[in-house]
Write a protein that binds this ligand. Structure first.
Ligand SMILES: *Cc1c(COP(=O)(O)O)cnc(C)c1O
Length: 427
């Protein structure tokens, strides 16, 4: 299936029913699976045979959907998680242990930033944040002997900064570590980071992949290209025996194509249990079946609205990576030639008060913290999520008082523009 186009993979990837089997992915709503002998089940426990025994580790519905996302990204192995945060946590924790260090772009999702800076620190894992615009020399300078990976976001939420994936991949590989990319905003339809050298991709499937605001979820995909066995002392978890699995060495047993995801499933899912519900995997699959059609509409409508806003006398500034005025326009043309995402940020002239009036007057566009939904929504951080902060404090954390974040949905763009127009008139 990997040779088919991305749309065909969205619709038909992952699940291949046999003769007389259901056309749609069955929801295997079962915690457990029955076996004739204990020996049969023992082989599964020992990872000597593949199959299912307990849904905390693996479930056929979730695996079919993971296999689809794997084909969409062009990877060799994938797994679903209960949320995007769980995907990012497992992706890093599968490689890093207490005493290790990694390097992350500073322009990433706020929840991920907190996970890295605060929670992983409490576990003894240190992060250095680097500017996504840093030179290769600056990136190289951030490495330490115990650095185990680099991390970045294709299009950062909410800064909408586009990452130079090839630059990050080159530096990571020169230093013998993999690059993990959060590809949530563009999805595998608009960008496939493995084609630019990334080694592992994570998604918050909660966003465009689900696309209907119905199920929180995440995914991890391995390109199967990073050769852990070249650096066994750096990646002992993958290259030396796992005593909690009768001394299995993941790279020996599952090859470099399968070691990373097998370890994350067998060890981290077993112990942490951040498992998706089979029903949520099914809902995610419904979203994936139309992702290629929807993300194009989101991207096209957002560009039309960004252009409208840029020409509007009441708008102070617009940030959208597909606008020629964007500082990231060259990166967008390289990595995202077919579209970016549906999220725009812009400033309303008149600051905090004008932006607040604008928000109140919107009729079609709802006020929510969510993004990437079929229904348009927007957020004014200065009067919502960041309302305790002064104008000066807002600027210090990269959010100006006039900033409005708009997530353009699938409605007719003319109707959305008419709604924005009347809301701006009401200020
Ligand atoms: C939302 C989001 C996450 C976290 O996903 P959840 O499913 O909410 O846990 C991670 N990365 C990005 C880019 C996101 O937008």
């Amino acid at each position: 299936m990997n040779k088919t186009g991305i749309g065909t993979r969205c619709v038909q990837g992952g699940y291949q029913p046999g003769n007389g089997e259901p056309r749609q992915i069955p929801i295997i709503q079962s915690t457990t699976f029955k076996y004739a002998t204990s020996e049969d089940m023992g082989k599964l426990f020992d990872l000597e045979a593949s199959g299912y025994f307990y849904t905390r580790l693996q479930n056929p519905t979730s695996d079919a959907v993971a296999a689809k996302i794997c084909e969409m990204e062009g990877g060799t192995a994938a797994m679903l998680t209960s949320s995007g945060m769980a995907a990012s946590f497992l992706a890093v924790f599968n490689i890093c242990s207490c005493g290790d260090h990694f390097i992350s772009s500073s322009s990433i999702y706020g929840g991920t930033f907190n996970l890295f800076a605060v929670t992983l620190k409490r576990m003894g894992i240190e992060v250095t944040f680097v500017s996504p615009d840093a030179s290769e020399e600056e990136l190289n300078a951030a490495f330490r002997p115990n650095t185990k990976l680099m991390f970045g976001e294709t299009i950062a939420n909410p800064a909408l900064k586009v990452l130079d994936i090839e630059k990050f991949a080159r530096v990571a590989h020169q230093n013998g570590v993999p690059l993990i990319i959060d590809n949530t905003f563009p999805t595998s339809v608009n960008c496939r980071p493995f084609e630019w050298g990334a080694d592992i991709v994570v998604h918050a499937t909660t966003k465009y992949m689900d696309g209907h605001g119905s199920a929180v979820g995440g995914a991890i995909v391995d390109s199967g290209k990073f050769d852990w066995t070249k650096y066994p002392e750096k990646f002992p978890g993958l290259c030396t025996p796992d005593e909690s699995y009768h001394g299995i060495t993941y790279t020996e047993r599952f090859g470099i194509e399968g070691a990373y995801i097998t370890k994350a499933t067998a060890q981290l899912m077993r112990d942490l249990g951040v498992t998706p519900a089979p029903m949520n995997a099914f809902l995610l699959n419904l979203g994936l079946e139309s992702l290629h059609v929807r993300i194009k509409r989101h991207s096209d409508s957002a560009l039309a609205i960004a252009q409208y806003l840029e020409a509007h006398p009441q708008i102070a500034w617009v940030n959208f990576p597909a606008l020629p005025s964007s500082p990231d326009y060259a990166l967008t043309q390289k990595y995202l030639p077919n579209g970016t995402c549906g999220v725009i940020s812009f400033g309303v002239k008149g600051g905090r008060e004008a932006a607040s009036k604008f928000m109140k007057a919107l009729k079609l566009v709802a006020i929510e913290t969510h993004v990437a939904d079929a229904r348009s929504c927007c957020l004014h951080p200065a009067t919502a999520t960041h309302r305790q902060l002064s104008d000066e404090e807002l600027i210090a954390c990269g959010v100006s008082a006039d900033l409005v974040r708009l997530s353009v949905g699938l409605e007719d763009p003319e109707d959305l523009i008419a709604d924005i127009e009347q809301a701006l008139k009401s200020i």
